[in-house]
Ligand binder design. Structure first.
Ligand code: TPP
Length: 642
């Protein structure tokens, strides 16, 4: 194992080893754990700031609670690196997020300590409540703890769960890890509320008075401090009953506590663990804590910095020799500003991903016309629908995977009313090392079946720009989705003048004779390579870029099925219900017969890895496409040549 752990951490394989240590040794464990995360992530990459911020919390939780018997549910799970290292995965932590290595998120099949699989935000309280209710039902004494960030707390599910938990009276502890950050700075009224109760003068005044009073009785015995904190909690609870949001939801609210004081956390958790009913512990933490550069630097950058020099804090960027094509997200970010300058109706909306989707470019250029609404995909969609009823044209940018959250809103609030909302789905296709919770596998299929929806995917930057241009035109006036992948496009010279695209019209990239390859979106570039490989083998393949999965280009498909009896469809999305399905439906509806092979994401969970590794696993990398074509036509072709 290439990474060396400190003296104490080295002896900890499981939390049972941690629990053998003395309380006064925990600070050293924290220091070593933090260093270990820095050592590995600086060289191997991954999420960073969030895990550093919960080191003390992680150590205290595993010290006080009897995990895995007691169930620890992490929200999102990007902050659970310390948890992974303390629960049997230190040895292979250097394979984190690597193809066939351990997952970057908690995962039930990876470890019994991962009580619940996560990746999407705001699920922890619901899942933990389910576990707590089940424990109660089974007369099981196990404890259940949810750890949720202030960002994740802005998600609707978190509120739904709090609302339910308050009346269930089950043994649930929610730890609110409040660092004022989402990936970008956290937004919304809840954030302000949390700051208010943290800095509340009334609260602090009462607390000081209690401590003064208790200072007087402290000489009466060693338990005074313990009594003090109990009285403090009792008084505070009564005091805050009327004004505390969580108390009004029938939670007992404790805190705020310093989330970096492991000793205090240990004591507080020990106190709380036997208090029945729903409780919330408000911890104040600093994202990136304990590493100078992440603590004092740009916390958004240090959320997931890539590789860095741990001594200097320099983020390692290998400067390419030649100019590189831009990221699709940046093409989106610049293009929306360009369009919005001309079309005053355009508004930008993102649920908590301004940096991730590059809407931050518009937020900077036009702060009044771009909204970060928090981790609230459902709200983002219906909020956009509301604006569309008033004649605005919202561009609602949501990662394909997170759009799953807002499916009903897309159907019920946008499509059924045929509202002019433009959905830009970033991270369409395999997300890469974030893994299955983040793959944008389903959007082509899940949008294709919705009435009124226009479903498109650009093959390059110019196409993305033209689709965005077309989508916002007054005459389009319908829900319009544009999906593109994570990563870079293919054109360095991409800022071309806008051109309207006829809705539902595909493109012929290359004519052929032996077989037709039909692609949708960026993956079409693989087909270009595949066609060249096939040419070298004497196979002349035609290539069509479908551009739209809905409406599908019927004229193009008539041409394909009249001319070719061998067809391959390729999509970076689920095979079931996607573009290939649309093609086969067309074939059946028009009584064509052809041999059609559909390439895409099969009906199983594909784990994490580099995008190309995953494309290869699924057989739609360039060689996979070429191989499929060779299998379909190669034999007869060779026979003819012979
Ligand atoms: C449904 C959903 N939307 C968006 C995201 C992207 N995302 C991952 S972490 C994160 C911020 C979480 O903030 P917080 O809960 O405060 O945790 P912190 O990173 O600050 O520790 C976001 C928006 C997600 N994982 N799930």
């Amino acid at each position: 194992m290439p990474f060396k752990a400190g003296e104490l951490l080295d002896k900890i394989v499981y939390p049972s080893d941690l629990r053998k240590l003395k309380p006064e040794q925990l600070q050293q464990v924290c220091n070593e754990l933090r260093q270990y995360i820095i050592d590995v992530v600086s060289q191997k990459g991954g999420h960073f700031g969030a895990s550093l911020g919960v080191v003390e919390l992680t150590v205290a939780l595993h010290y006080i609670f009897n995990t895995p018997e007691d169930q620890l549910v992490w929200d999102v799970g990007h902050q659970a690196y310390g948890h992974k290292i303390l629960t049997g995965r230190r040895e292979n932590f250097d394979t984190n997020r690597v193809y066939k290595g351990i997952s970057g998120f908690p995962k039930r099949k990876e470890s019994e300590y991962d009580a619940f699989g996560v990746g999407h935000s705001s699920t922890s309280i619901s899942a933990a409540l389910g576990m707590a209710v089940a424990a109660h039902y089974k007369n099981d004494k196990r404890k259940v703890i949810a750890v949720i960030g202030d960002g994740a707390m802005t998600g609707g599910m978190a509120f739904e769960a709090l609302n339910h938990a308050g009346i269930e009276n089950s043994n649930l502890l929610v730890i609110l890890n409040d660092n004022c950050m989402s990936i970008d700075p956290n937004v919304g009224a809840l954030k302000e509320y949390l700051t208010d109760i943290t800095t509340s003068q009334t609260y602090n005044k009462v607390k000081d008075e209690i401590w003064k009073l208790l200072g007087k009785i402290s000489k009466f015995g060693p338990n005074a401090q313990e009594i003090a904190s109990k009285v403090e909690n009792a008084v505070k609870t009564t005091l805050l009953k009327q004004s505390n949001l969580f108390e009004s939801l029938k939670f007992r609210y404790f805190g705020p506590v310093d989330g970096h004081d492991v000793d205090r956390l240990r004591q507080v958790l020990d106190d709380l663990k036997d208090i029945p009913g729903p409780k919330i512990l408000h911890c104040l933490t600093v994202k990136g804590k304990g590493y100078k550069f992440s603590e004092e630097g740009n916390q958004t950058v240090w959320h997931s910095p890539g590789l860095f020099n741990k001594e200097t804090g320099e983020i390692i960027k290998i400067a390419p020799k030649e100019p590189q094509p831009p990221k699709y997200q940046d093409v989106f970010g610049h293009t929306i500003v360009e369009l919005a300058e001309k079309n005053k109706k355009i508004i930008g909306v993102t649920p908590a991903m301004p940096t991730g989707c590059s809407l931050n470019i518009m937020m900077k250029a036009m702060p009044d016309r771009a909204f970060d609404v928090g981790i609230a995909e459902q709200h983002a969609v219906t909020f956009s629908a509301g604006m569309a009823t008033q004649g605005l044209v919202p561009f609602c940018n949501i990662y394909s995977t997170f759009m799953q959250r807002a499916y009903d809103q897309v159907i019920h609030d946008v499509a059924l009313q045929n509202l002019h909302v433009v959905f830009c789905l970033d991270r369409g296709g395999f997300a890469g090392s974030d893994g299955p919770t983040h793959h944008g596998a389903y959007d082509l299929a899940y949008f294709r079946c919705i009435p009124n929806m226009i479903v498109s995917a650009p093959m390059n930057e110019e196409e993305l720009r033209n689709l965005m241009y077309t989508a916002q035109l007054e005459e389009t006036n319908a829900p319009f989705s544009i999906r593109y992948p994570r990563g870079n496009g293919v054109m360095t010279d991409w800022k071309k003048p806008f051109q309207k695209i006829e809705i539902g019209k595909g493109r012929k990239i290359k004519d052929g004779q032996d077989i037709a390859i039909l692609t949708i979106g960026h993956i079409g570039n693989y087909a270009i390579t595949a066609c060249k490989q096939l040419e070298a083998q004497g196979i002349n393949a035609a290539h069509y870029d479908m551009r739209f999965v809905k409406p599908v280009d019927e004229k193009l498909l008539h041409e394909v099925f009249s001319k070719y009896n061998k067809v391959i469809t390729v999509e970076d999305g689920c095979i079931m219900g996607g573009m290939g399905s649309a093609v086969i439906e067309f074939m059946a509806d028009h009584n064509y017969t052809a041999q059609v092979k559909r390439l895409g994401i099969p009906d199983k969970v594909i784990e994490h890895g580099e995008q190309l590794e995953l494309h290869t696993e699924c057989g739609f990398h360039p060689e996979g496409i070429a191989q499929t074509a060779i299998e379909m036509v190669g034999v007869s072709k060779k026979a003819m040549a012979g």
